[in-house]
Design a protein around this ligand. Sequence first.
Ligand SMILES: [Zn+2]
Length: 144
Amino acid sequence: MTRLYSWLYGAVLSATASCHSAEPSMQVSMIVVPQAQQRYDTVGDWRFDTDGNLHITVSQLSDPRYETLIAVHELVEALLCKAAGITEASVTAFDTAYQGNGEPGDDPKAPYRHQHAAATFFEKKMAKLLGVNWKAYDRVVAAK
Ligand SMILES: [Zn+2]
């Protein structure tokens, strides 16, 4: 577990470093909106604008800690996708066309499945640190 954590942490650091060298002024914004204001049926969304700034949009949830968990997930996923050359457009295209059950990022065919899995790893770590019951949180998110 510790080795996995180190690897993931290293992956995020290198993603951040490569973002930094390409766009030294990258800014990250995280906003919470009503679910209806998301671009599609999701609780978390990310996109890079033409200046390379990252915008994360989180749906309003019953517990602010849940919103934090979504934000952490989106941040990690977006930075790792950028580092791997996976575009937001390809992620959004997959998500909006997805017909299966559960989260599209968990599907083996998802172009960003590894980045999503790493993001979920950090999300779970953060849930533990915030004292969030993962199953209760997961039920709330799944019902959205
Ligand atoms: Zn994801």
